[in-house]
Design a protein around this ligand. Structure first.
Ligand code: HEC
Ligand code: HEC
Length: 587
């Protein structure tokens, strides 16, 4: 009897493993048609990592990509992250946004229906005027923001309309953003790929400057990266364009205002002896010259009064960010070890959870493959049907799960910057309100969950699926239905999802180590900034995310639920947001 049982278990496991092998078995996707641009891959990785973590990138000189992606690749801030109410300091009683008297029944009495969004605080609403070469930031002035992000007569930072997903493993996504608008094909200029037929870069050959098209597939991270830096909610003052951003950045010393660990896995040999930023001999201009072929930067006269390097800055930026983020692959979780044959790598409860995930709960209908999402390049190239119609082809892995009312956010049912539908089949059922299925790796640390950030914990997410979603009206993707899971089943599913965490992410070790970062975490909304240039801006709280070297930290990352409950502020968790900035950025 005993023998027979364990035999069955082994057989079942073998079948299941075929479906979701270790991520190590999946080649990291490489963008096509980029060899003519790239001269040195190592320099490109370094350039990309510096640009990602550098607070100088934002117009205000204090907003990095990492400001919204510092914690297991996602955002972890606790104050002024909601679209409304403004400047709220979040507590566990804010979650889930949609609370029911019976969490197993989506028809039971609604106790709370908060239609807000946990987004990410970006920049103040300001108009760009000119580059300020003396301090390396942009000059600008406050625009009245009475309607959206204004409180007591003062402007607050604007908050994005969706929750920030993790950048870790995003290289496997066929398209990026929740609605897929960062296209698979990179055009060297903006996120919209082939839809922008006018997008070109400048090439200098045989003494002549020519406009060329860029057409690189598997390059959704490059498409994505050229969105935020000139976006007037996320990073820039209104009216900034790419060549102007290039003009400012190319003169700057990377990470000049941030500490960098001497043993950083990428920056180590180049860290300045002053311990802030990279060596004085290095500028973004010198890194671009090292990383890219001279045909793309050598002409002093480019276009519209900008040098060739400035005119092509979006191309360099996109490819550098694609390259750096393609090193952010977490393929060494207990699950990956288990899937490679180390049967002791997961606990029995986690194995039970895995069997539910692929069995009765059918989570892997959408969270499929080693990437745990059918929105992967692998699904697009090798098995286009994996997502199932209508979510096949470029719409692979986009589904509606009923997180919010269908028309609250159309997701894949929306249009790109040129008015073209994001979906290949815009009129197919279930396209409206469909979102990209997220991969679930390191999910333990990337709360709150869903495109609206409305669930604080994995327990809450599993309860959501157990009741068949919150807003089924309008149609749901396959297998989102009442699951009738027992408390034991639900605990097993949660335990299994925690087996998808990679210790290198959890302890911020290489390649997930990083420079110091200061992030704004809410406003002192009664006070104005002391900066005379910005008379409408509210003062704010700045907190430190300390630098880690390649060996990482002793303390594990704080989870979102722990943060809400104040667990780990004694230093037993990393990034607990109660550490002051060593050098609080001057206003
Ligand atoms: C103000 C906060 C903020 C900043 C700054 C920011 N992001 Fe994001 N990021 C977001 C949000 C919010 C989303 C989701 C937006 C959506 O899907 O509509 C996102 C999405 C992404 C994604 C897509 C991941 C996925 O699974 O779809 C990547 C990759 C990414 N950001 C990288 C970057 C890079 C690179 C930069 C800097 C150039 C950057 N972000 C700057 C908030 C930010
Ligand atoms: C029909 C396809 C589908 C099925 C089935 C499905 N998911 Fe999802 N999952 C999605 C999509 C799409 C999202 C994003 C939804 C949104 O934000 O609106 C998501 C989001 C999530 C998230 C949050 C991820 C994040 O980064 O915020 C978790 C966790 C999750 N799913 C776990 C599960 C589990 C566990 C099951 C099985 C009980 C399951 N999913 C079943 C498609 C699916």
């Amino acid at each position: 009897m005993h023998l027979k049982l364990s035999f069955c278990l082994i057989l079942y496991t073998a079948v299941a493993l075929e479906a979701q092998p270790s991520l190590r078995t999946i080649a990291v996707p490489q963008p096509t048609n980029v060899n003519q641009y790239i001269a040195n891959r190592a320099a490109l990785t370094l350039l990309g990592k510096a640009l990602f973590w550098d607070m100088q990138l934002g117009s205000d000189g204090r907003t990095a990509c990492a400001t919204c992606h510092f914690h297991a690749g996602a955002d972890h801030r606790s104050q002024h992250q909601l679209v409304s109410p403004l400047n709220r300091s979040l507590t566990s009683s804010d979650f889930p946004f949609h609370a029911l008297s019976d969490p197993t029944n989506n028809n039971s009495t609604v106790l709370r229906n908060n239609s807000s969004i946990y987004g990410s605080a970006g920049v103040f609403r300001r108009k760009f005027t000119a580059i300020n070469f003396s301090n390396g930031t942009d000059d600008g002035y406050d625009l009245a923001d009475i309607a959206s992000f204004s409180l007591d007569g003062l402007n607050l930072r604007q908050v994005t309309a969706r929750n920030a997903p993790s950048v870790i493993n995003a290289v496997f996504n066929a398209r990026n953003f929740w609605d897929g608008r960062a296209t698979n094909l990179f055009n060297g200029n903006n996120p919209f790929g082939a839809a922008d037929s006018a997008a070109t870069v400048l090439a200098y050959r045989n003494g002549q400057l020519r406009s060329e098209k860029v057409s690189s597939t598997n390059a959704s991270l490059a498409s994505q990266a050229v969105g935020p830096p000139t976006n007037n909610v996320e990073m820039s003052y209104d009216g900034l364009n790419w060549p102007t951003l290039g003009q400012r950045m190319l003169t700057l010393r990377p990470l000049a205002n941030q500490r960098v660990a001497a043993d950083d896995s990428v920056f180590g040999p180049f860290v300045s002896s002053s311990a802030k930023g990279l060596n004085p001999s290095i500028t973004y201009g010198s890194l671009v010259q090292e990383a890219f072929a001279p045909e793309y930067w050598q002409a002093l006269e480019g276009r519209d009064g900008f040098s060739q390097a400035e005119a092509n800055f979006a191309l360099f930026f996109g490819l550098a960010l694609q390259q750096y983020q393609s090193t952010l692959v977490s393929d060494d979780s207990p699950f990956d070890r288990f899937a490679s044959g180390d049967t002791g790598a997961m606990t029995q409860q986690q194995i039970n959870g895995l069997n539910l995930f692929r069995g009765r709960a059918e989570c892997n209908t959408c969270h499929s493959g080693s990437e745990f999402t059918a929105a992967s390049i692998g699904a697009l190239l090798n098995n286009p049907g994996r997502g199932g119609p209508p979510n096949a082809g470029p719409d692979t892995g986009f589904f509606r799960t009923g997180v919010s009312p269908r028309d609250a956010d159309l997701g894949l049912g929306g249009v790109d910057g040129f008015g073209n539908p994001l979906s290949r089949n815009p009129n197919a059922p279930n396209v409206q309100g469909a979102f990209k299925t997220p991969g679930l790796r390191n999910i333990e640390f990337t709360g709150p969950y869903f495109h609206n950030g409305g669930q604080a914990s994995l327990e809450q997410v599993v309860e959501f699926y157990n009741r068949g979603g919150d807003f089924p009206a309008g149609g749901l993707g396959p297998n989102v239905r009442r699951l009738n899971l027992s408390a034991n089943d639900r605990a097993s599913l949660v335990a299994f999802m925690k087996a998808l965490s990679d210790d290198r992410v959890k302890f911020q070790r290489a390649p997930f180590d990083h420079p110091e970062l200061c992030v704004p975490n809410g406003h002192t909304n009664t006070a104005q900034t002391t900066d005379a240039r910005f008379t409408l801006s509210a003062d704010e709280n700045w907190v430190a995310i300390p630098a880690t070297g390649k060996a990482g930290t002793d303390a594990p990352l704080q989870t979102f639920a722990e943060m809400l409950d104040g667990i780990g502020n004694d230093g037993s968790r990393a990034n607990h947001l109660s550490q002051a900035c060593p050098a609080s950025p001057a206003n």
